[in-house]
Design a protein around this ligand. Structure first.
Ligand code: SIN
Ligand code: CO
Length: 384
């Protein structure tokens, strides 16, 4: 369960979603992209989700941010946890590229914690897969196997379990990683002031997908077929009572639902839902480019960079005339002929790009118009 030479294929077949492991030296010479002061700055922001968990005089306390004053909450052994930092700091977003063998749509966020010596959030389980990168300092990680653990709630905002038998008990140093699959109990205790980066993954339940499909509001109500029962006698035998619903009637309803889920609109609704990431709504600094500006930049040659946190999503198999992709709940499309250059942009953090506008094999005006739209939406920028 300790890997010293990380091999992606072996990791995916033996560990991902199955077994926890420690990956030693996953990031050689790791340098923290943030320090505790910057993290505290983020925890002061209204729209950033943060928490402080402390343990003092045998008592656990959890406080939800934002924080004006840390002195009253950061007492005893304490941990400051900030969610979604990958949406604000580009170097933190880049950490997610290290695990891009897991698809964008499964990524949730990067949560960063700072703990002082002896601190942790206590033993607990999560529903999600997580890679926890050790930044500065050292932390002892214990990880166990799934079981029926007794839950304890030492504070209304803190869920723990009463204890578990570790199958991993290791001290992590900067650049090491612990991978923890869902439902595996774990407990990290800081041996010195330390920073941890948790790259968390999501896995929607079928019920969440079903409600998500409706909430996305993509399916045109007039395309939904309505129940009919012209052959009522064949559906219900003569003795069926009026309050009873025949099994065949339920089958028809289920079949209609199944057909609805098979539609292209439902597929788009699923993709749109999977693309949602709650990117910050910050219009400041977004440039409004005219088509001509983008045209001349692209024909002169430039570098296009994907903005912090942006994780596009598209269906790998698409054979209709339009090629469609989604970013944070927004849908974009372009003619299939331009699929390849757009996919290169979608799949790389930075792309050096130069187009020969006179080459008439591709429909460049459409391409330029889409790139302009993506830049003006704040999803890409030109690098100077
Ligand atoms: C932490 O970074 O302190 C908590 C991470 C976790 O156990 O999920
Ligand atoms: Co956890």
């Amino acid at each position: 369960m300790i890997i010293s030479n990380f091999d992606q294929t072996r990791f995916l077949s033996e560990y991902w979603q199955k077994k926890p492991c420690i990956i030693r030296g996953f990031i050689p010479d790791f340098v923290d992209p943030i320090d505790e002061h910057e993290l505290a700055g983020l925890a002061q922001e209204e729209d950033i989700d943060s928490r402080v968990v402390s343990f003092k005089s045998n008592k656990w306390t959890a406080t939800q941010g934002p924080f004006d004053d840390f002195t009253t909450v950061c007492v005893g052994a304490w941990t400051l946890l900030v969610q979604g930092v990958d949406r604000y700091i580009d170097e933190v977003d880049e950490l997610t590229e290290l695990v891009n063998f897991i698809p964008n749509w499964r990524l949730d966020d990067v949560m960063i914690s700072f703990s002082n010596e002896g601190a942790g959030v206590g033993p607990h389980t999560d529903e999600y897969d997580v890679f926890i990168i050790q930044g500065k300092g050292e932390r002892r990680w214990q990880v166990g196997l799934p079981d029926e653990y007794k839950e304890s709630i030492p504070h209304p905002l803190l869920k723990q379990i009463e204890g578990f038998t570790p199958v991993i008990d290791e001290v992590l140093k900067p650049g090491d990683v612990v991978y923890i699959p869902p439902k595996h109990p774990h407990n990290g205790v800081a041996l010195s002031d330390c920073i941890n980066y948790s790259i968390g993954f999501r896995a929607p339940s079928s019920l969440e997908v079903l409600t998500g499909i409706i909430d996305e509001n993509i399916i045109d109500p007039s395309s939904a077929v309505r129940y009919t029962d012209q052959q009522l006698l064949q559906l219900r035998n003569a003795s069926t009572r009026s309050a009873a619903v025949d099994k065949k009637e339920i089958e028809i309803i289920k079949q209609q639902l199944f057909e609805l889920l098979q539609s292209e609109q439902a597929e788009h609704a699923i993709l749109q839902m999977l693309s949602r990431q709650s990117l910050p709504n910050d219009d400041e600094g977004i440039s409004a480019y005219a088509l001509e500006d983008v045209h001349s930049a692209l024909s002169l040659g430039t570098t296009l960079a994907r903005m912090t946190g942006v994780k596009p999503v598209y269906a790998a198999d698409q054979d209709s005339e339009e090629y469609t992709f989604f970013i944070d709940g927004n849908r974009f499309s372009i003619i299939q002929a331009l699929r390849e250059p757009i996919e290169i942009i979608l799949n790389n953090k930075q792309v050096v790009i130069g187009i020969d506008i006179d080459e008439d094999t591709l429909n460049w005006p459409e391409f330029i118009s889409l790139v302009t739209e993506l830049i003006n939406a704040g999803y890409w920028v030109f690098l100077e």
